[in-house]
Write a protein that binds this ligand. Structure first.
Ligand code: BES
Ligand code: MN
Length: 465
């Protein structure tokens, strides 16, 4: 039987496997779901075994969440493919009522599979295992070697992953990396992501007094920490210009005219963009003049205040607040240096504090950007495989998001090509209520991966680059 025929015949059980994983509340962001994360790693191992992988095991390093690992090494002389996915998910708390079907029950509606983690990134686990099984169940072998790692703390920054890779370098060493944790810009259009942004995150805290004071007594005298913090944060307002951070753009690599043209052609126009992102009528896009949304997210730095806190709504009372804090997150692009970006932003935040309030800034995350040249044998193999699986020629895209390990791992593997194949689409709503996976594209991606193994197995002398 053809592997893709096997996929068609086993479609229901593959979707049921995804249902099993979505049913596990493997939330990594609150530190309260260790049991579920363990359960999810075990369930992933179970699926790896039934797909036919060998040496399947749960791995850990230090106090990491559990990784699921499995391999198949029966193709000597053929390339070894490192498959990555993550089994941890974002929370649903506070937004349960916005879901149209229960978040932890995979539910099909209008050709989409709804559930937390269906797209990000449990779909990737099942798509990869489906492609593996399609070969092992029909031919008893794979055209390439496989090493598959499913991590459990991607949604909280993969703090242990790099250490884990270095610790297990020999065991994990591979020729090509395949990740399904990015986007296709349209349903039915396969996309190969060749660039990711990095992140520099800063914690900024303003302090004015030891404790809150009655606002009747101290209002007008004691500096207001919440207002002081917001005066400081407002210095980051960019209107439609460049971000007002001296030095920030010094190393930003210019997009060439042809890169700009290519970026403009990808995806919908601004109207579509507004609709997909749910931007309210009458609210402007925050774009710099003459910069398209793709150019902005692929190749420009961006700053967001991802949270701020001075008190809580529940504790509202007539007080002048003595402290306020925020996390400022900056997405960074080629060729910015994370340390320099941190210093540049810090300089803006600590300069001339209103009322001379105490301002303390510290770095909380630094992640490098990644960009590759999407050509060479491995990319050609991926293009052919996606063309076969989707019936449509794939396109290369940049990405505004971050997947921190891709660059360092490719380097650790001696410059291995990394193939980032899209699994999400503009309607997937990863991290948000009503997350979903397009069932048709999911099937096409699984078939494409099955073809990709064939393509990589056919490369002359097993040369992937
Ligand atoms: N799947 C995303 C990365 C992504 C974002 C791909 C947007 C395509 C479009 C990934 O799971 C993610 O959310 N990464 C985090 C990294 C952070 C926790 C270090 C991100 O980008 O915020
Ligand atoms: Mn994510």
């Amino acid at each position: 039987m053809q592997p893709t025929k096997w996929l068609e015949q086993n479609d229901a059980s593959i979707i049921a496997d995804l249902g099993k994983l979505v049913g596990i509340q493997s939330i990594s962001t609150d530190g309260e779901h260790q049991k579920e994360l363990s359960h999810c790693a075990d369930a992933t191992c179970e699926l790896m075994r039934s797909a036919g992988l060998d040496s399947v095991t749960v791995l850990k390093t230090g106090d990491s969440n559990p990784y699921a690992y499995g391999e198949w090494l029966g193709a000597p002389g053929k390339p070894t493919v490192f498959l990555y996915a993550h089994h941890d998910v974002q929370p649903v708390k506070g937004f349960e009522d916005d879901w149209h079907s229960p978040p932890w029950t995979l539910t099909e509606r209008d050709g989409r599979l709804y559930g937390r983690g269906a797209a990000d990134d449990k779909g990737a686990i099942v798509t990869q295992l489906g492609a593996i099984a399609s070969h092992l169940k029909t031919r008893g072998k794979l055209p390439v070697n496989i090493k598959m790692l499913v991590e459990g703390e991607e949604e909280v920054g993969s703090a242990n992953l790099q250490g884990f890779f270095i610790e297990n370098k020999d065991r994990l060493m591979s020729d090509v990396i395949v990740v399904c944790d990015t986007e296709n810009v349209e349903v039915g259009l396969p996309c190969i992501t060749y660039a990711l942004r990095g992140i520099v995150e800063l914690h900024v805290e303003v302090r004015t007094a030891q404790a809150p004071v009655h606002s009747g007594m101290a209002g007008g005298v004691l500096p207001d920490a919440a207002i002081a913090l917001n005066v400081i944060l407002s210095r980051l307002y960019w209107d439609h210009k460049k971000l007002p951070v001296p030095g920030l753009y010094d190393k930003v690599r210019k997009m060439t005219a042809s890169e700009k043209r290519a970026a403009k052609k990808v995806g919908g126009d601004e109207t579509q963009w507004r609709k997909d992102q749910g931007i309210l009528d009458g609210v402007d896009l925050a774009l710099e003049k003459n910069v398209s949304p793709n150019e902005a997210t692929w190749r420009k730095p961006a700053i967001s205040v991802i949270v701020q806190e001075a008190s809580s709504m529940r504790n509202k009372s007539n007080q002048v607040l003595p402290s306020a804090q925020a996390y400022v997150s900056c997405r960074i692009v080629p060729d910015q240096d994370p340390d320099e970006v941190y210093e540049n932003i810090k300089a803006v935040l600590v300069k001339d504090p209103p009322w001379n309030v105490k301002v303390n800034v510290k770095p909380t995350a630094k992640l490098k950007w990644w960009m590759t040249d999407p050509t060479g044998p491995a990319f050609t193999a991926a293009q052919k495989a996606l063309k076969k699986g989707f019936g449509v020629k794939p396109i290369p895209i940049g990405c505004g998001g971050s997947i921190g390990f891709v660059g360092p791992l490719a380097e650790l593997f001696g410059g291995a090509p990394a193939l980032l194949l899209g699994i999400e689409d503009p309607l997937s709503k990863a991290h948000a209520p009503n997350e979903s996976l397009h069932a048709g594209d999911f099937r096409k991606l699984t078939a494409s991966l099955s073809h990709l193994f064939d393509q990589l197995g056919d490369l002359p002398d097993g040369k992937v680059k």
